[in-house]
Design a protein around this ligand. Structure first.
Ligand code: 26W
Length: 805
């Protein structure tokens, strides 16, 4: 184990070597860079040993393909998992350095939009912490998700230059680079044995260079790899580029993360990005596999490839291309291997999020991919038509109306399709993918999401973690199920007091941050009501705002209305092209200004929209939350994961029966969560009967009239355009997400929250029950289920089980 003495001398030594300076003269950035290199040296052995042991034991490995990863900051997470967090923070303190200052230097690695990307990073942490041989495979974007600034209440996007001061955690692996072929033409020509071989003409070859980042297991000496691919022009191709622009056009293919998180826009560069990291990943996996000197027919016994939503679905035709064209297998052999190796997770049922690539784009950019997809489609139709009839087959085939349906390709080309929460997986089987469920019932399964509780509790919430250590000892840190031991203290006033004190400490810290960053003064004793997620109509941030306006108007009308002071905290980015979402951001900010500066309201109501919501801001907000807003229209939110993080940190959830909210209700019981609103059955009944009228509800509700009219009658200032757009979306375009229908039930639910909060003992007990039952949403359990049911990772599992969890 690393001693403080050894650590300090290492720091001094490396600072001299790297910057020829003493600790006292170094900037936080320089100290952070040196600390990063000290830590890297500390885990490099385990990293190499882990790799060598997988090779030596010929362990089956899983490769998690995701176009997004959202690690956030890694310094403290690496220190915690290495078990040296205390040694390092004390060692630095002895050199008058605050670890927090260095942690703040590190830029968030924000190579993702939201749920899907963060889940991938939670899984990376859990796969390593469970001792499973797993690798991440993605893209090294030069620019992550845009930085959000509010200018006059409007969202403005700024580039996220996360690499401007380098990235201490990555290792560039020049020697592992591979070539990626784009566009040009391809002919199938018989070779001397008569096998059809592709002949390519004027295609572009680009170089994929891997950058590896260590994924450190929790105090188990296991270190896995997240491989992110950067793009370069190979020297052999240089003469093909006539100008810098010409070069940049290709070098910029992976420059930027697409900022849409539920609306595919069919851009050529996006398709190129999808093929780039897929081809690089599959090629490097087969290169590794050949080292094992095993027949290709056994590939699925040593390799599992997971397709994280449809963005990496080209893994199916790319594996076929390599097995057919480079390894000369027959179609049948190649197909059998591919299906056994591949597995797919669906993360959304939103139609606009399901990728469908125009065949002209696929054919021009990826001619060989298109050829193979055509053949997969032809054989699927031929094979299934007889058994299932043409209608069902025409609905499930991959190529339809000149588009390539990527979800169909992923389902047909893999042995497992899972949803991310029980309700979502049921909706996939019964509604969205029902035709496929008819054909492949055995492939469909559920894997309810989870979260890395090390980051979202141990790192984000030290005050609560210490109260837990004090009363239920430390086993929960390795085995979150042990949080249930807290239930033994449900009626222990001392423990309840200490839990409340920890929450207040976090709220005071957030109140300071809010004051510093927005100038708004909030009462730490107020109810901190939090809604943090991407801005999207189905997540209904607007419903939250309608209730805030109701409270505001009530307080204006009768100032002595008894409500416990409330602070409504929002964190949300909108996709730049999503104008409706941006209109909602503007209106929330304008309503906030109106309420926060209204002397008649004072401290009783505050609305705070924190800029640039990301992983690090989430780590600040979540420990300070009293109420968790999970109010999406039932059936729309596949799972949600902020709901689990807020529950773990003792917030009480106000929720619809949607996604994983249902499983949270199952975990804590009706008395410890506030449920409201339409169920998914009722929503589907409305779709069935087409009898929903928002106008009718509006006309029958004076309260709603007052609130909605405020959007267009000038009551809310500076929203002339946005207010009209929103008013019309509800009344003229009939409120697609049934906000008006759920409004009354939501207000009653909020009144219940207000009532519960009046009794601190009762509230704290409900909070305790949420914390105690949050262990079941550990991503460690989730990945172990993937490993057992889908990836069939072998004996290493036993090792994981053996580890005291
Ligand atoms: C093509 C544009 C695009 C980009 C991203 C479409 C769809 C996506 C993601 C699938 C959207 C996403 O992040 N979905 C969220 O995934 C989480 C992890 O499973 C779930 O918890 C959320 O409910 C789901 O919205």
């Amino acid at each position: 184990m690393l001693s403080k003495k050894k650590f300090k001398s290492e720091m001094r030594q490396r600072l001299r070597e790297k910057y020829a300076m003493e600790i006292e003269d170094a900037s936080s950035q320089e100290l952070f860079n040196v600390l990063g290199s000290v830590i890297k040296a500390y885990y490099s052995d385990s990293w190499r040993q882990s790799w060598k042991s997988y090779l030596a034991n010929e362990d089956k490995q899983v490769y998690y393909f995701s176009i997004e990863f959202l690690p956030g900051k890694m310094l403290k997470s690496n220190l915690l998992n290495l078990g040296i967090l205390d040694v390092v923070s004390e060692g630095l303190a002895e050199m008058e350095i605050d670890l927090e200052d260095l942690a703040n230097v590190e830029k968030d690695m924000a190579l993702g939009n939201g749920g899907l990307g963060r889940l991938a990073s939670c899984f990376m942490d859990s796969i390593a912490s469970c001792g499973l041989p797993g690798n991440g495979n993605g893209i090294r974007y030069d620019y992550g998700l845009f930085k959000q600034r509010f200018v006059d209440g409007y969202q403005v996007e700024l580039p996220d230059e996360w690499l401007s001061s380098g990235n201490v955690w990555e290792v560039r692996k020049e020697s592992k680079a591979v070539d990626i072929q784009f566009s040009g033409d391809v002919w199938m020509v018989p070779d001397e044995e008569g096998h059809l071989k592709p002949v390519y003409k004027n295609q572009r070859i680009l170089r994929a260079v891997p950058y590896d980042t260590a994924m450190i297991g929790y105090q188990n000496k296991r270190v896995n790899t997240m491989r992110l691919w950067g793009i370069e022009i190979p020297t052999s191709e240089e003469e093909k580029y006539t100008s810098i622009q010409d070069r940049r056009q290709f070098e910029d293919l992976t420059a930027v993360l697409y900022p849409d998180d539920s609306n595919e826009r069919g851009r050529l560069v996006r398709l190129a990005q999808e093929y780039f990291f897929v081809s690089a990943g599959v090629q490097s996996i087969l290169r590794y596999y050949l080292k094992l000197k095993k027949p290709l027919s056994c590939l699925s016994e040593y390799v599992a490839i997971h397709i994280n939503d449809t963005h990496p679905a080209l893994c199916v035709p790319e594996m076929m291309r390599l097995l057919l064209d480079e390894h000369g297998l027959s179609w049948e052999q190649a197909w059998e291997i591919t299906v056994k190796v591949m597995s797919y997770t669906n993360h959304t049922i939103m139609a606009e999020a399901l990728e469908k690539w125009p065949i002209h784009l696929m054919r021009s950019l990826l001619p060989r991919m298109y050829q193979i997809i055509e053949e997969i489609d032809r054989r699927f139709v031929e094979k299934k038509k007889l058994a299932y009839g043409s209608d069902l087959v025409e609905r499930t085939r991959i190529i339809q109306n000149d588009q390539v349906h990527m979800a169909h390709l992923a389902i047909i080309g893999s042995h497992s399709t899972n949803g991310v929460a029980k309700l979502h997986s049921e909706l996939l089987k019964q509604v969205v993918l029902h035709d496929f469920y008819e054909i492949y019932p055995e492939r469909f399964n559920n894997k309810t999401n989870g979260i890395a509780e090390r980051r979202w509790m141990q790192l984000a919430n030290e005050p609560l973690s210490h109260v837990l250590d004090k009363h239920i000892k430390k086993s929960w840190r390795k085995n979150p199920e042990d949080l249930r031991l807290l239930l033994n203290y449900l009626d222990d006033p001392q423990v309840l007091k200490e839990l409340a004190a920890a929450k207040l400490q976090n709220k005071e810290a957030l109140a300071r941050y809010i004051k510093e960053t927005t100038g708004i003064k909030v009462l730490p004793t107020a109810i901190f009501d939090v809604q943090i997620k991407r801005l999207h109509a189905y997540k209904r941030q607007l419903l939250n705002l309608l209730h805030i306006l109701k409270l505001y108007f009530e307080l204006k009308e009768n100032p002595d209305t008894a409500i416990h002071p409330r602070v409504f905290i929002f964190g949300a980015k909108a996709a730049p092209s999503y104008t409706y979402a941006k209109a909602i951001i503007k209106v929330i900010n304008e309503v906030g200004n109106m309420i926060n500066n209204d002397p008649a309201i004072g401290d009783r109501l505050k609305v705070v929209f924190l800029e640039n919501y990301n992983v690090s801001l989430a780590e600040r907000i979540i420990p300070a939350a009293d109420v968790s807003e999970q109010i999406s229209l039932a059936s729309k939110e596949a799972s949600g994961t902020s709901n689990m993080k807020l529950m773990l940190n003792g917030a009480i959830t106000i929720a619809t029966l949607d996604g994983a909210n249902i499983e949270i209700r199952d975990a804590v019981g009706e008395d410890n969560i506030v449920i409201f609103g339409l169920t998914e059955q009722e929503v589907y009944a409305y779709y069935e009967n087409q009898d929903y009228s928002a106008l009718k509800i509006y006309e029958e509700s004076p309260v709603l009239q007052k609130i909605l009219n405020a959007f267009v009658d000038g009551t809310i200032p500076n929203i002339e355009f946005e207010g009209r757009e929103i008013f019309d979306s509800l009344i003229k375009y009939n409120d697609e997400y049934f906000l008006l229908r759920d409004f009354d039930a939501y207000c009653q639910a909020q009144a219940k929250i207000n009532e519960w909060y009046q009794d601190p003992q009762q509230w704290q007990q409900k909070s305790l029950i949420n914390i105690a039952n949050a262990g079941r949403f550990s991503a460690d359990d989730t990945v172990l289920r993937y490993a057992e049911d889908i990836w069939q990772l072998n004996p290493v599992l036993k090792a994981a089980e053996k580890e005291p969890r």
